[in-house]
Design a protein around this ligand. Structure first.
Ligand code: AMP
Ligand code: MN
Ligand code: MN
Ligand code: MN
Length: 297
């Protein structure tokens, strides 16, 4: 498979613990995603679809075929002090009832939200969004990214960015919050299922230094193990201070591209800078050996 986004000079990681498939808002089916992970030279991956683990069993099978290690994952939509946050769960028993009951609740809430988003678009003179977004999603999980893709396809917006800026982003006419599950509950499901919780892309929340530190302290207090120090969906410049925070708070660092698909403007699989020196790795905490996580060339 041709990889158009990675070049020999771009940073490569052999660990990538955050990515999406068609089981949420990624554009690649699980088998193609795992093939791409293998082609990118990644050896340890986690599939972290939004609010469901339906793709994990197939991903494990495909990973085995390619000689990769698959860590079961999920990215849970959550909230802390009215701030929407995402929590990555890693290495859970995905059949655990507390986890599955919780995720089912979120998928139901997402369904209701999708209807509300469609109604709001209708009020903006845009008809057919519900059927359109559901057809694009092709699975029970309908998210804003699917609405964005439909808005582009139907000629209402020029690209997904434009759709978020004009309709779907926070404070825009079709915005309906998706942050229904308190942080402590989401972390609780992950821990009950034997996994570890990682705060996803902390740099994306645009919090002040003091508030970010408080979020991390609260996250740790409810059982959170670590944070994404290196993420394809936050600025590379965030890595240094997030690394320092991880060390100071005794939290582990994770790395994840947040890959959604080849054409969706996100980072490529494995395209990640190394964790700063001194940061404990989440894979050590999980007891997963990685000989050379960040090869130099
Ligand atoms: P949801 O979980 O349904 O609220 O949708 C959030 C998802 O929408 C994120 O995981 C991204 O995949 C996508 N997204 C969020 N903001 C943007 C944006 N500004 N441009 C494109 N995609 C975005
Ligand atoms: Mn997404
Ligand atoms: Mn996210
Ligand atoms: Mn994500």
């Amino acid at each position: 498979m041709q990889l158009t986004h990675t070049t020999d000079s771009s940073p490569r990681s052999r660990v990538d613990l955050h990515m999406h498939s068609t089981f949420s808002d990624g554009s690649l089916p699980v088998d193609e995603l795992v093939a791409r992970v293998a082609a990118a030279g990644v050896e340890v991956m986690a599939l972290t679809d939004h609010d469901n683990t339906a793709g994990v069993a197939l991903a494990a099978k495909e990973a085995q075929r390619h000689g990769l290690r698959l860590i079961p994952g999920v990215e849970i939509s959550s909230v802390w002090e009215e701030q929407g946050i995402h929590i990555v769960g890693l290495a859970m028993d995905i059949e655990h009832p507390a986890l599955q009951r919780g995720l089912e609740r979120i998928v139901q809430l997402r369904d209701q939200r999708a209807l509300e988003i469609a109604e709001r678009l209708q009020q903006q003179g845009i008809a057919g969004a519900w059927d359109g977004a559901r057809a694009i999603a092709g699975s029970p999980l309908v998210g804003r990214a699917h609405f964005a893709q439909w808005l582009v396809q139907a000629g209402h917006c020029k690209d997904s960015q434009d759709a978020f800026q004009r309709y779907l982003g926070r404070g825009k006419p079709a915005y309906v919050p998706s942050d229904w599950i308190p942080m402590a509950e989401a972390v609780g499901w992950i821990r009950a299922a034997g996994g570890e919780a990682v705060l996803a892309h902390p740099g994306r929340y645009k919090l002040s230094g003091a508030r970010l530190k408080r979020l991390l302290e609260d996250f740790r207090a409810v059982g959170g193990a670590g944070l994404e120090v290196c993420s394809g969906s936050q600025a590379a410049a965030d890595r240094e201070h997030l690394g320092r925070l991880a060390i100071r708070l005794g939290m582990a660092g994770s790395v994840g591209s947040d890959f959604h698909g080849p054409k969706l403007g996100h980072a490529e699989i494995g395209q990640l800078l190394p964790l700063p020196d001194g940061v404990e790795t989440i894979w050590d905490r999980l007891g997963v050996p990685v000989a050379v996580p960040f090869p130099t060339h």
